[in-house]
Design a protein around this ligand. Structure first.
Ligand code: BES
Ligand code: ZN
Length: 454
């Protein structure tokens, strides 16, 4: 390994430059106007493999393309599948960025750009560890397959379909994913749980045109009022979701897990201070960490309708709408949530308006066993690069495809995120620590060696 570590150190500056190049491509999967940039980002990833004399494939989907590559066969060695995504979230609100989202900038030891941590920077650590092995040793000690998709942030529909039809191509012993966070600066983590999600858009439609709110207010159901009532009706005063049966399948936290979470160095007061609030409402009886990692929730992600311009306009809007999601925990089924939600909406919708519900995407939560030799290998690799053993954490976010990997490939995921909670994921001024970028590359390179010993 010393030669490989040396290679990684000697090439650190170029790796950063390449990360910047990748980050300059505005690969926002949700934005149909950026289709060409999605293709460009896929090409950029493919080129990384071509330079190492591998033969990547750009696999088209009904949405954005995926990039697949594999290393030359090492007989008798395990096979790891590296998963990552080159798509990023929309960058708005633009005016809140200190520097433009697709002009990566170094600041305070971080690289700031949309996609820096989620997931271009993290994904690149595995491409660069591959490069280090290929250029130093001429080969890897194990078999690696890479599947890098462009639709993670919009539900992974193309990869889902690919796995349903060609799962044999992705056959592996374990899946390696860096698309999450460490526990805290200097406290690396292996993540053993992710929340699931059920995401919707709801339109509340009322009169056939906007109306004068004085002339008509009170006699006509206001769609914006109705929307507020409906959304408000989906949770109770204890922040519990009101959909009938919603909690039936929730795997409860064991006493042991609650103890372990409580033992993590997490300061609630500091957590809220950092976000700039003085506290929060949430499900009664649970700590902030438990609510984030292991309890289901309801959140409105966007809401609109009526006049948004300057000054006051007395108008009764003809429609209002919202985007919202339920974060789910292991064993909850997004399809059941959809069915329950429809029943709820029928009851909550007042006369005079009608609702239209769009079911955007859903994915179940994940729990991966910690007692595997792969987890131990990852812990050793992380210790090598980060100088301390990882703690074991769950995450509140979702990586929809992880469950499908388990179902279709029978392989568990090694979730080894290199980010930090304050990386501003999905938010303005997204960042990724450059030191963690380089440590991530080292940990990844070491992981291939550790896995080869199994
Ligand atoms: N990288 C995140 C998931 C994540 C976030 C893991 C924080 C761990 C900590 C991922 O790219 C993501 O944001 N996923 C979406 C999935 C959704 C669009 C289906 C999410 O969780 O909102
Ligand atoms: Zn991500």
């Amino acid at each position: 390994m010393p030669n490989i570590d040396q290679y990684i150190e000697a090439n650190a500056a170029r790796f950063e430059e390449e990360l910047c190049e990748f980050l300059r491509i505005p690969s926002v999967s949700a934005d149909a106007a950026l289709r060409d940039d999605m293709q460009r980002a896929a090409e950029w990833v493919a080129e990384q493999f071509r330079r190492l004399k591998l033969t990547p494939e750009i696999i088209p989907t009904s949405g954005h393309p995926m990039v697949y590559a594999e290393t030359p066969t090492v007989a008798g060695a395990p096979t790891a599948l590296v998963y990552g995504h080159y798509d990023v979230q929309p960058s708005d609100p633009l005016e809140k960025w200190t520097t433009p989202p697709f002009e990566p900038t170094r600041r305070d030891g971080n690289i700031v750009a949309r996609g820096a941590t989620d997931d271009k920077g993290q994904l690149l650590t595995h491409l660069k560890s591959l490069e280090a092995w290929m250029n130093v040793e001429g080969r890897l000690p194990i078999n690696l397959k890479f599947i890098i998709e462009g639709e993670e942030e919009v539900g992974s529909h193309g990869l889902e379909k690919f796995l349903a039809e060609h799962s044999d191509r992705l056959a592996c012993d374990c899946v390696v994913i860096s698309d999450g966070s460490q526990f805290a600066p200097g406290v690396p983590a292996v993540t053993y749980g992710l929340r699931g999600i059920a995401y919707y858009e709801l339109h509340v439609i009322g009169p056939n045109r906007d109306l004068h709110s004085g002339s008509f207010g009170g006699s006509v159901t206001n769609p914006a009022n109705a929307l507020a009532m409906i959304l408000g009706g989906l949770i109770d005063k204890d922040s519990r979701v009101t959909i009938p049966g919603f909690y039936d399948d929730v795997v409860p936290l064991s006493d042991r897990e609650r103890k372990e979470m409580a033992a993590l160095p997490f300061d609630e007061k500091e957590f809220y201070e950092q976000i700039g609030v003085d506290g929060a409402i949430g499900e009664a009886g649970y700590t902030a960490l438990e609510r984030r990692w292991a309890r289901p929730t309801f959140d409105v992600c966007g809401i609109w309708g009526g006049y948004q311009g300057e000054g006051a306009k007395t108008v009764l809007p003809s429609m209002a709408a919202a985007k919202f999601s339920f974060r789910l925990v292991p064993n909850q089924d997004p399809a059941k949530v959809s069915a329950g939600l429809k029943t709820c909406l029928a009851e909550l919708c007042p006369p005079g308006v009608k609702t239209e519900l769009i079911d955007c995407h859903g994915a179940p939560g994940v729990l991966v066993p910690l007692d595997s030799p792969y987890v131990e290998a990852a812990a050793r690799a992380i210790e090598h690069a980060f100088g301390r053993r990882p703690v074991f954490t769950r995450e509140g976010g979702s990586i929809p495809i992880v469950t499908t990997f388990h179902q279709r490939l029978g392989a568990d995921a090694l979730l080894i995120g290199w980010g930090q909670d304050d990386d501003n994921t999905h938010s303005p001024n997204e960042k990724f620590s450059l030191a963690d970028f380089h440590r991530g590359i080292k940990a990844s390179a070491k992981l291939w060696e550790e896995l080869s010993k199994l």
